[in-house]
Structure formats: structure tokens, C-alpha cells
Ligand binder design. Structure first.
Ligand code: ARG
Length: 266
């Protein structure tokens, strides 16, 4: 049974602008955000059957809802994030505190070495990919690779709209990859192609990549993705997956969607 860390959106809002999606003038409708978040949780629990661990929201930390950026967890080890922007650095102690209280062995990265958790580190059982340049530093990946005993292939993120790896890259349980190729440079696309054969690479159209189609949560044959991505749903169905669309446009105002709102704990 997979467990996910989530954080209710009590204080979610757009207070600053640290990615091209965020506009302070694009005010969040708080009730709608709460409704969308609860619907996502209901789908995850009742339709997908995952177990949710809820952390306590903190006033003044609007992006704490994006638990994908808490850090990365493998086995009993947790590496808390080191955020690039000061606005989010204030979240670090809260995420680290949660890991500590829940018995994880905490491994900290050096100060000044940016790493934004599972938002930038994703993969398959036999190999991971690390997204760098927009948020995480490439230098974090050799350290994490050594720590977890996993190969990590760094891939550069070249489009500021796809600033975390999980906005354009979603490994599926059957070994397929849902992704948006134009978010990577030629070398990155070649590195991905070398690891994942063509018949397992599912490219989403730009129109749906911009609706966060790749920011999906896959558990077994279930894929929870933002509403408004019909072509992606067809692609998933053609490979035997069951897509569950959930409206999450309030969170898109902050540059996030389904996947960003969860952190895989095992
Ligand atoms: N506003 C947040 C930020 O810019 C959104 C984070 C989304 N998280 C993710 N894993 N893509 O940091």
C-alpha cells in the first residue's frame, strides 16, 4: 500500500512570484482551493487506495501544500530539501521536523546546495532522473546517488515554465514514461531515450503539458491527473491505465498540480 505525505491548503495563496505561473494579481479562491484539494484526497484514498499522512499547515507558508518539495525519502532515510528561493527556505524546518518526528534518519545536504526533493528527483526502480538548473543544482545528484545506491541521470530543464522535473516527467508503474520532450534539451532527450525505449515513451502534447498533464500521481494502474487533459487520458488508457481527472486549477496559479501536492513515502 503506498503512503503519501500531504498538507491541507489552509494558508495557500500567491504571496510572491518565483515561477512564471505565479502572479500575485491572480488571487486564489480559497474555498475552491480547499474543495479541489479535498476532492484530490478523496480520489487518492477511495479510488486509488493510498494511505495519506497529513502534516499541519503553517500560517505564512503558502507553498507548504506542495509536499513533493519536502525532500526525498527512500527506505528509512529522508533528505530534506534546500530551496533555491528564500520564500520557500522557511518551509525547510517544518518538513525536516515532520521527517524527524516520524522516525526517519535525516541526511542533510550542505547549505547552498539547492535540491527541491521529489519535485526534481523521480524514476524507476532501476534508475532515477534528476532535474536541474531551474531549482536543484546538478551537484546534488552524485551525493544522492551515493547515499541511496541508485544511478541518477541528471537532465537539464530548459523551459522556465517546467521548472521542476515533475512538471514534465512522470514515470509510470509499468515502466512507461509520460513526459513533455520540449522541456529538455537534445542531450537530455537522448539520455531519456537511451534508458526508456520508444514504445514506452508517451509524449504529451504542449497544450496539455501546459495544463500540467505530467504532474500526475501513478499508483499501480491508477493515474490521478489534472482535469483538462483528454489526449493524455487516451494515451494512458491505451496502455491499460485508469486515469482519474481532478480539477486543480487553483493550484496551477502557483505552478503546481496533483503530483506536487503529494510526496511518496515508500
Ligand atoms: N509555487 C511553488 C514553487 O514555485 C510550486 C511548487 C510546485 N511543486 C512541484 N513539485 N512542481 O516552488
Amino acid at each position: 500500500m503506498s503512503r503519501l505525505l500531504v498538507c491541507p491548503p489552509d494558508y495557500f495563496r500567491i504571496d510572491y512570484e518565483i515561477n512564471p505561473w505565479m502572479r500575485r494579481s491572480n488571487v486564489v479562491a480559497p474555498e475552491e482551493a480547499v474543495r479541489q484539494w479535498h476532492r484530490l484526497m478523496e480520489v487518492l484514498e477511495k479510488e486509488v487506495g493510498v494511505v495519506l499522512e497529513r502534516m499541519k499547515p503553517v500560517p505564512g507558508l503558502p507553498d507548504l501544500v506542495f509536499t513533493a518539495n519536502a525532500g526525498v525519502v527512500a527506505g528509512r532515510k529522508a533528505v530534506p530539501s534546500r530551496f533555491r528561493y528564500p520564500e520557500r527556505q522557511r518551509e525547510e524546518a517544518h518538513f525536516e521536523g515532520w521527517f524527524r518526528e516520524h522516525g526517519y534518519e535525516i541526511v542533510t545536504l550542505d547549505e547552498g546546495l539547492y535540491f527541491e526533493g521529489a519535485g526534481d528527483l523521480l524514476g524507476f526502480p532501476d534508475g532515477w532522473f534528476g532535474g536541474y538548473r531551474q531549482r536543484s543544482d546538478i551537484r546534488a545528484f552524485p551525493i544522492l546517488s551515493e547515499l541511496f545506491g541508485k544511478e541518477i541521470l541528471p537532465v537539464e530543464l530548459i523551459d522556465s515554465r517546467f521548472y521542476h522535473l515533475d512538471t514534465c516527467f512522470c514515470p509510470l508503474s509499468g515502466g512507461e514514461l509520460l513526459y513533455y520532450p520540449a522541456a529538455f534539451d537534445r542531450y537530455g532527450r537522448a539520455a531519456i531515450a537511451e534508458r526508456i525505449p520508444a514504445d514506452r515513451r508517451l509524449a504529451v502534447p504542449e497544450r496539455e503539458a501546459l495544463k500540467f498533464a505530467c504532474n500526475a500521481v501513478c499508483a499501480g494502474k491508477h493515474v490521478v491527473l489534472p482535469a483538462g487533459c483528454p489526449d493524455t487520458m487516451l494515451l494512458l488508457e491505451s496502455r491499460g491505465y485508469r486515469p482519474h481527472p481532478v480539477p486543480l486549477d487553483e493550484f496551477m496559479k502557483s505552478g503546481g498540480s496533483a503530483k506536487c501536492l503529494t510526496l511518496a513515502l515508500d
